[in-house]
Ligand binder design. Structure first.
Ligand code: FES
Length: 154
């Protein structure tokens, strides 16, 4: 089965072509893209919203307004996004870090952070890699996970 980010990348490519040289993609097709994103991830993650903005010509705040207009669409409510690499070079070490992370998050208020995995950030030589709010942490270990948890606690 294709990884979520590959599916999303394919969708992004498709909708970018739909927009072509127009300034913005029409709203109906943009909503279709949002819906497809939700089908892939189960909700519309913040990182996807930035890509959708680039592909459709809509700014992120406008996309957020569109999402609110459609009760069937759901953006993430989490304050932070953590992406743990599950690729061949990072996945083994990150499996333990992922469970440490999840245990740590259980102690924090709901919606502090959403966690997902991604198959390779293409930075394998610097792994294991974990991304917090778009910033990639390299050579991660238990201390890095504790530092991430401390950071989102504040
Ligand atoms: S496997 Fe983690 S960055 Fe490639």
């Amino acid at each position: 089965m294709m990884e979520q980010h590959e599916q999303f990348a394919q969708a992004a490519e498709y909708y970018k072509k739909q927009k072509g040289s127009a300034a913005i993609l029409d709203q109906e097709t943009t909503v279709a893209f949002l819906r497809e994103t939700q089908d892939i991830y189960g909700y519309i993650p913040a990182h996807a919203l930035e890509t959708i903005a680039l592909c459709t010509g809509y700014k992120v705040p406008l996309l957020q307004k569109i999402i609110k207009l459609y009760p069937s669409l759901k953006a993430s409510n989490a304050a932070h996004e953590i992406v743990v690499c599950s690729g061949g070079r990072c996945g083994g070490a990150n499996a333990a870090l992922l469970s440490q992370l999840k245990k740590g998050l259980e102690q924090l208020p709901a919606n502090t952070a959403e966690v997902r995995t991604q198959n390779c950030f293409k930075q394998c030589g610097k792994g294991p890699n974990i991304q917090l709010d778009g910033v990639l942490y390299h050579q991660c270990n238990a201390d890095t996970v504790n530092a991430i948890l401390q950071k989102i606690k504040g």
